[in-house]
Design a protein around this ligand. Structure first.
Ligand code: PMP
Length: 285
């Protein structure tokens, strides 16, 4: 079914939603984006996603030509126009059309695009049986080169690692930072359980501070599970009792094997299961 897209200031049919071949989002990946999800007609943590989008834009000196309020309305209007109560929303802001040079000052009119669609990232059996993942040789971008906290249209670093995962028959891949510490997966944050304690790498490991990650940390707190941000290396993952990933699209998904090592008993663990259930309850509340 053709979609209705929000483009700059109005809803238009999919075939009318177009950007220029001179758009620096296309030419250089110069722009920012967000992925959001709606459950039963309500967008999960809409404000947090919009704040992160505007923070990403601010970090690259991109002035979004819409207020946060108007952006939130655009998200809800696009979902409604596509009659999606349970949907996935992609928010994109490009630098706009400019010359064939890098200079962002020679562009005009950032393009604001809101796409609403359905998403099912992984088959149900992965949620029940858990994922096998591998560590990618591709390092997570050094935060002094480009902060992973910016959700920019430059996702080649993640795509390179994703390719390695896919070539190894895995749908996700673990990425390490330049120090060899665990950062995150290509599109998800990573958690482990060790001796009943939940651990996840801190933001300065070079990660995107996931909104699902933050929600899961809150849920752990509410469930009386001790949760800490801690530097982790692969050994900590290999020897963990449980491991799982979090992301807007993936939600909470267990990991049962990393680089050929079984994690814990090789099946999703009880704390993972609890947090997965609590997350599902939270998004539907
Ligand atoms: N890390 C990366 C690199 C991502 O692209 C994403 C998905 N946006 C995440 C983590 C998870 O973030 P969130 O929970 O906000 O979707």
């Amino acid at each position: 079914m053709p979609r209705t897209i929000f483009m700059n200031d109005s809803l238009v049919p999919e075939h009318e939603a177009k950007v220029s071949v001179f758009d620096h989002g296309l030419l250089y990946g110069d722009g920012v984006f967000e992925g959001l999800r709606s459950y039963s007609g309500k967008v999960f943590r809409l404000e947090a996603h919009i704040d992160r989008l505007y923070d990403s834009a601010r970090a690259i000196c991109l002035a979004i030509p819409l207020s946060k309020q108007a952006m939130a309305k655009a998200v809800n209007d696009t979902l409604a126009a596509n009659q999606l109560a349970d949907g996935y929303v992609r928010l994109v802001v490009t630098r706009g059309a400019g010359g064939l040079g890098l200079d962002p000052n020679k562009t005009s009119h950032p393009q604001v695009i809101v796409i609403a669609d359905t998403i099912s990232l992984y088959p149900r059996e992965f949620y029940e049986q858990g994922l096998r993942i591998v560590t990618a040789a591709t390092q997570r971008t050094h935060s002094a080169a480009l902060s992973p906290r910016i959700k920019s249209l430059n996702y080649l670093n993640n795509i390179m690692a994703k390719l390695e995962g896919l070539q190894a028959g895995c749908v996700e891949a673990l990425m390490l930072n330049h120090k060899g510490e665990v950062a995150e997966c290509t599109g998800d944050n990573v958690f482990v359980v060790r001796s009943g304690r939940l651990l996840t790498p801190p933001p300065d490991a070079g990660i995107l501070e996931g909104i699902t990650r933050n929600a899961v940390m809150e849920l752990a707190g509410a469930a009386g599970i001790d949760c800490r941000e801690q530097t982790l290396v692969r050994h900590d993952l290999y020897t963990a009792d449980e491991c799982f990933l979090t992301g807007t699209a993936a939600e909470v998904i267990p990991v049962v094997e990393i680089d050929g090592r079984k994690i814990g008993l090789g099946v999703p663990g009880p704390i993972t299961q609890r947090l997965k259930d609590d997350f599902h309850a939270l998004v539907r509340r």
